[in-house]
Design a protein around this ligand. Structure first.
Ligand code: ADP
Length: 432
């Protein structure tokens, strides 16, 4: 799917680029052609108008001396080779011409007629070698009627330059297109990589979620079927099965709401009810709430803070973070251990840490514990966690524009640190 999207993107890019190149190339070619050919025309026109004045004078001189007009010199005294000059009779016959005039390059008689009766004009002809010629025809009043002066030269230099330009444009354009398309293919790969990674993550998330949801569902179903098989027996006989159903339903409910929170955080819609709150007081409250649980497990749970630590945040969400961290600390610390919550006010940031003297986290697992569904010991499914707690805590802390990280010594204990900006997040997700 991604490789076809990559090709499609590249093809679109190449197609658009080709269109731009063709349009630009055409514009360059046509404007150069126009400039070259019109400067040739301007050159012929100015030579003709210069020549016409002296030619009329020479014709009058011959006429005055009663000499045949055929003797007149057409063109400058020192001929300039690429240009040829010819004086044509009204019927198109050559009266006189410069030495380098190729009769084939002269215009057909009807062109002379047209000029005689109207305006000067340009015609394209071919000489004996087949070269393209440009000829300017200008009517002139001689002593014995109207004649036509033809001034021309080969257009080959211009056409040659244009052919070369066309080659460069086509060759350069094609090479540029190929290189740009290769670059485009590479860039499309780069641009698609994060999308592909996000989709892979999403896929893995959905697969993990379905897998995690299946276990409690299977347990609920098995317990319910056990009860159904003995409809005559009072419910009390199946107290264990009913308790399992209730416990697993609670687990499911918790997991589904965790999944919802994560999905919202992914969509950038984790809404925060921001208010000024004292994190130290909040920590003390959560510790008080969990003390019975700690006592039950034979753990010492203490909260240390050097006075209030105010910040702008969402109380319910930050309570959730504390609950996740403390729940883990209590869960992974054996009887006789100690769990300490510390809150410290550090200028424009507030620091919270939860330390335990529990089993610790092996260093190879440490970088991954904030990943979704990640559990160090996969076999411990029945301590209630699906491996979502820390990833939720992380998304809440990040929504507050804070940081969360962990340090741990296997066998000695772990410390989870949270650092929150006192002023709260600058960007606030829209409430949902
Ligand atoms: P769970 O809901 O399974 O506890 P979490 O995302 O909260 O999931 O934690 C992920 C994993 O990180 C846990 O399964 C556990 O292996 C490890 N972990 C988290 N906190 C601690 C801790 N305080 N001590 C040891 N291991 C921990």
């Amino acid at each position: 799917m991604f490789s076809s999207a990559r090709w499609r993107l590249t093809l679109w890019f190449a197609g658009v680029l080709a269109l731009v190149l063709v349009a630009m190339g055409t514009a360059v070619y046509l404007s150069t052609r126009h400039a070259l050919l019109s400067s040739l025309d301007a050159d012929l026109r100015s030579r003709a108008s210069k020549e016409v004045v002296s030619l009329v004078a020479r014709l009058s001189e011959l006429s005055r001396r009663q000499l045949p007009l055929e003797q007149v010199r057409v063109g400058p005294e020192h001929p300039s080779p690429p240009y040829f000059y010819a004086l044509l009779r009204p019927d198109g016959q050559v009266l006189a011409a410069s030495a380098n005039t190729d009769p084939a390059a002269l215009p057909p008689p009807d062109a002379s007629y047209a000029v005689m009766n109207g305006e000067a004009m340009f015609v394209n002809t071919r000489d004996q070698q087949g070269e393209d010629m440009r000829v300017y025809l200008l009517p002139l009043g001689g002593p014995r009627g109207t004649y036509v002066l033809a001034v021309g030269r080969s257009r080959e230099p211009e056409l040659d330059a244009l052919r070369r330009l066309l080659l460069i444009l086509i060759g350069g354009g094609a090479a540029g297109l190929v290189m740009a398309s290769m670059g485009g293919y590479f860039l499309a790969g780069l641009a698609l990589r994060p999308i592909r990674e996000a989709m892979d993550r999403q896929r893995a998330f959905v697969a993990d979620a379905s897998h995690e949801l299946r276990t409690p569902l299977a347990l609920i179903r098995a317990s319910a079927e056990l009860v159904r098989r003995h409809p005559e027996e009072p419910v009390a006989t199946h107290a264990q099965a009913v308790d399992d159903i209730v416990a697993e339903s609670e687990r499911l409910t918790r997991m589904v709401s965790q999944l919802l929170a994560l999905a919202r955080a992914d969509a950038g819609r984790l809404s925060l009810n921001l208010e000024r709150l004292d994190l130290a007081a909040l920590a003390q409250d959560v510790v008080r709430q969990l003390r019975p649980q700690a006592d039950e497990r034979g753990l010492e749970l203490v909260c240390e803070s050097g006075g209030p630590a105010y910040l702008r945040g969402d109380e319910a969400r930050l309570r959730e973070v504390l609950l996740v961290l403390l729940d883990n600390a209590l869960k992974f610390t054996g009887a006789g251990g100690r769990v300490t919550v510390r809150v410290a006010d550090g200028g424009n940031r507030v620091h919270l840490s939860v330390s335990d003297t529990g089993i610790g986290i092996p260093p190879e697992h440490l970088p991954r514990i904030f990943d979704r569904f990640y559990r160090v010991d996969r076999s411990r499914t029945h301590d209630g966690g699906a491996g979502l707690g820390l990833s939720i805590a992380k998304s809440i802390v990040e929504a507050h524009e804070g940081r969360i990280w962990a340090e741990s010594q296997p066998g000695q204990g772990s410390t989870f640190h949270v650092e929150l900006p006192r002023s709260g997040p600058r960007r606030q997700a829209p409430a949902t």
